[in-house]
Write a protein that binds this ligand. Structure first.
Ligand code: SF4
Length: 471
């Protein structure tokens, strides 16, 4: 049994990153057995689940969407907010009942939550029926953990700086769009954030490995890739070679896959050259997610964000000026400790200036072990809720106004599947990342087509196909 240790998780610089080849285990031990997976949290977790699915399918398991049918239940968890914890433990209650009826059911919990000591104590005390617990640093060991599992609970979680594994197999959710990890972990230590503890230090993949993966995806017919990392524009800062994100992005663009995206960026690491490259290449999409977090420089300082309101606005305006038709979305936290009414009004002021295309908004949630969790939280819950409500109203207003600008325009849309709401329609995304429901035949799925926008709401557009550009 290996238990996590948050103090160790925080340490940096003790060892250099090792680049290892992942050993992919194949077995037919579980042929005919079914697995059910539930993923919580960010795109990084979604992509990790693609690795987990590949591993368990190589052991013989087949995926099921029905929990009751499963022989193996996998929960890939998120630690970013308290309600993500509550959801996992709530769901676990359901799985526990199932295990009572089906004692041979295997339950495995992985991802960010088990990297926290308090979560492991909770599992040890209250959830002894969970079979396997693994963390973010040993996802690659899951096959072994399953194969070696005996009757007793197995907890294998490491609090280490982390390595980089290549040769990873993925069971990708889509054959049209794909995630490509370019780096792991984060060294920013924003005071509210648990990620540097749960995912280890920043480790960039080598550029040649990333380019090889993108080329393979292009050869397989993928139309779009998203370069993925906690802080993609810090890419390369930990490498010996003099490579930065702008260099990588340009090389990826030159592979000529139809669409290149990236997520997530930190304003502090955004350089003019990165903006130039985004503007220069037609296949680098004009869409940037640029987290603000707060519009008050005082709160930004307390958050450890390394930029002021003024610096953020300068960067924002530069992007708007230099990247034609760029759409920018953001993240905002309300109710951070010491946030006064004036601080909150400054956040609204920035929103009124930037008129974002969209935003993920949150009420601050203290995470145990982070510096912010020790700050005195003086903002009452009702004030936090009122602020969130006001903020969301403003965000939705600008999102609606931005979408209205698309009315009657013809835009390129990469069609990704059948619309969930209307089986007679397909859905896809514009280059600026607007969701569009389109009246068109299903044979356009996987293609970039021209769509005339006929209706614009706050969160999506409707349109009709005009001409198909076979790509
Ligand atoms: S940049 Fe800050 S918010 Fe983003 S993952 Fe790193 S520590 Fe967390």
């Amino acid at each position: 049994m290996n238990l996590p240790n948050m103090k160790n998780a925080k340490l940096r610089g003790l060892k250099t990153v090792e680049y290892k080849k992942q050993e992919n285990l194949f077995s037919s031990n579980y042929v005919g057995k079914k697995y059910f997976i539930r993923t919580y949290g960010c795109q990084m977790n979604v992509h990790d689940s693609e690795e987990i699915c590949s591993m368990v399918e190589n052991l013989g398991f087949q995926k099921t969407e029905c929990l009751e049918e499963a022989d193996l239940v996998l929960l890939n968890t998120c630690a970013i907010r308290e309600n993500a914890h509550d959801k996992v433990f709530g769901y676990l209650g359901r799985v526990k009942h199932l295990k009572k009826e089906k004692p041979e059911l295997m339950i495995a919990i992985g991802g960010c939550m088990p990297q926290q000591e308090s979560v492991i104590h909770n599992i040890l005390e209250k959830h002894p029926y969970v079979d396997i617990v693994f963390g973010t640093h040993n996802i690659h060991e899951l096959s072994k953990l399953i194969l070696n599992h005996q009757k007793k609970q197995e907890i294998e979680v490491y609090s280490v700086e982390g390595n980089v594994y290549e040769n990873v197999l993925y069971k990708r959710d889509s054959s049209i769009t794909a995630w490509v990890n370019i780096m792991y972990g984060c060294d920013k230590f924003c005071t509210y954030c648990i990620v540097p503890y749960t995912r280890g230090k920043q480790r960039s993949r080598k550029m040649e490995d990333i380019l090889k993966e993108v080329q393979e995806l292009k050869d397989l017919g993928y139309q779009e890739i998203t370069l993925l990392g906690q802080n993609v524009n810090a890419y390369g800062k930990d490498l010996e070679e003099n490579i930065d994100f702008a260099t990588l992005l340009e090389k990826v663009a030159n592979i000529k896959i139809s669409r290149v995206r990236f997520v997530t960026s930190h304003p502090w690491d955004f350089t003019d050259r990165m903006i130039e490259i985004i503007a220069k290449y037609d296949n680098v999409m004009p869409y940037i997610h640029l987290p603000l977090q707060s519009g008050s420089s005082k709160i930004l300082k307390l958050m450890g964000r390394r930029y002021t309101k003024e610096e953020y606005l300068t960067l924002f305006h530069k992007m708007k000026e230099r990247i034609p038709k760029v759409a920018i979305t953001t993240d905002i936290i309300v109710g951070f400790p010491f946030e006064t009414e004036q601080d909150f009004l400054e956040t609204l002021e920035v929103v009124n200036t930037c008129k974002y295309d969209g935003a993920y908004t949150f009420i601050y949630s203290p995470r145990e072990g982070t510096p912010a969790s020790k700050m005195k939280d003086e903002v009452s819950n009702s004030v936090k809720e009122d602020r969130l409500h006001l903020l969301n109203r403003l965000i939705n207003q600008y999102s609606f106004e931005n979408n209205q600008k698309y009315l009657n325009k013809v835009v390129p849309v990469l069609i990704q599947g059948v619309s969930e709401k209307d089986q007679n329609k397909v859905y896809g995304y514009t280059d600026t990342m607007k969701l569009v429901n389109v009246i068109a035949d299903q044979d356009v799925i996987g293609k970039i087509i021209s769509v005339k926008i006929t209706d614009a709401k706050s969160f999506s557009l409707d349109g009709e196909m005009v001409v198909t550009n076979q790509k």
